[in-house]
Design a protein around this ligand. Structure first.
Ligand code: FE
Ligand code: FE
Ligand code: ZN
Length: 291
């Protein structure tokens, strides 16, 4: 199982600190933002300790394509209402793609966005048009559109919607998909039948386009359309279904990244990853409530 989690990227050690944090949890993959996800301030690449980070990954035998970048969520390529939001999406994404290439990472996870006051069809069309403004991406960088829960006016809540965006792209070879287990469960897919989910994905999008999996439990029932992540085994998807997804042979080469809640201000990634590797559930939540 290739397992990672969402790690921090902050002073003083930046990307090197991210790799160290991931290693401390027993990860062999990781995901990070290149700066605060809610703003566009970014540090110069030269100050981000990238060389040392890459060296450490090499020493541990972790290939660079297991360092995933997540684009900031202020990017909304589906917004056709406010031109300034649309332009920011394109210009910032352009820089983010360059930064990803500069770091030496490959995959950039991107939320396809929200249609706000228009409609689903317009949102999908707008997202594709905006991404086409990027042109082709630097060699070896791939934007992975994330499957969304369908909260509010989000687009990308079904494989069909993602396929529609992908089919309208002028450089489809630069794009793939990130499947989030919490989001697809909230969107109505049955996580108790992960092979069925993969069959459907294969029919609609093609499994060769799946590059990243976000492995999260969900606080809400299937189909709730909510998007609230739960710790592994502590939510409505449950440990068995998440373990089965993590162990599925068809996705063995794909990194599974945890984005599960912190408890009392601390991440539980080390224990959650150990649970998955040992194939044994421990109820982190109840344990904490009792103590
Ligand atoms: Fe995401
Ligand atoms: Fe996610
Ligand atoms: Zn989410």
């Amino acid at each position: 199982m290739i397992l990672g989690c969402h790690v921090q990227m902050k002073a003083p050690d930046y990307v090197l600190g991210s790799v160290r944090e991931a290693l401390s949890y027993g990860c062999d993959a990781m995901m990070l933002y290149t700066g605060a996800p809610q703003n566009t301030k970014r540090k110069a690449l030269a100050d981000m300790k990238i060389g040392e980070a890459r060296q450490l990954m090499k020493e541990r035998g972790i290939p660079m394509d297991r360092m995933i970048i997540h684009a900031p969520y202020l990017i909304n390529p589906a917004n056709s209402v406010k031109p300034e939001v649309a332009d920011l999406a394109v210009t910032f994404l352009q820089e983010e793609v360059k930064r990803t290439a500069g770091i030496g990472a490959k995959y950039i996870v991107l939320h396809p966005g929200s249609f706000t006051t228009t409609d689903q069809v317009t949102g999908i069309r707008t997202a594709a048009a905006q991404l086409n403004r990027l042109g082709s991406l630097p060699a070896n960088t791939v934007i992975c559109l994330e499957t969304m829960a369908g909260k509010g006016t989000e687009i990308g809540r079904s494989f069909e919607e993602l396929a529609e965006i992908l089919s309208a792209l002028e450089h489809p070879e630069c794009y793939g998909v990130c499947l989030d287990t919490c989001h697809i469960h909230d969107a109505g897919y049955d996580m108790n039948d992960f092979d069925g989910v993969l069959d459907r994905f294969d029919q609609v999008i093609g499994l060769s386009r799946l590059h990243v999996i976000h492995l999260n439990d969900s606080k809400n029932i299937r189909g709730a359309g909510k998007d609230r992540h739960a710790n592994i085994g502590c939510g409505e998807i449950g440990f068995e279904a998440l373990l089965a997804a993590a162990e599925n042979r068809r996705t063995a080469d794909i990194p599974k990244i945890l984005e599960t809640p912190y408890i009392n201000g601390k991440p539980e990634y080390a224990r959650e990853i150990a649970m998955l590797r040992n194939r044994k559930f421990e109820d982190i939540l109840n344990e904490k409530n009792e103590s």
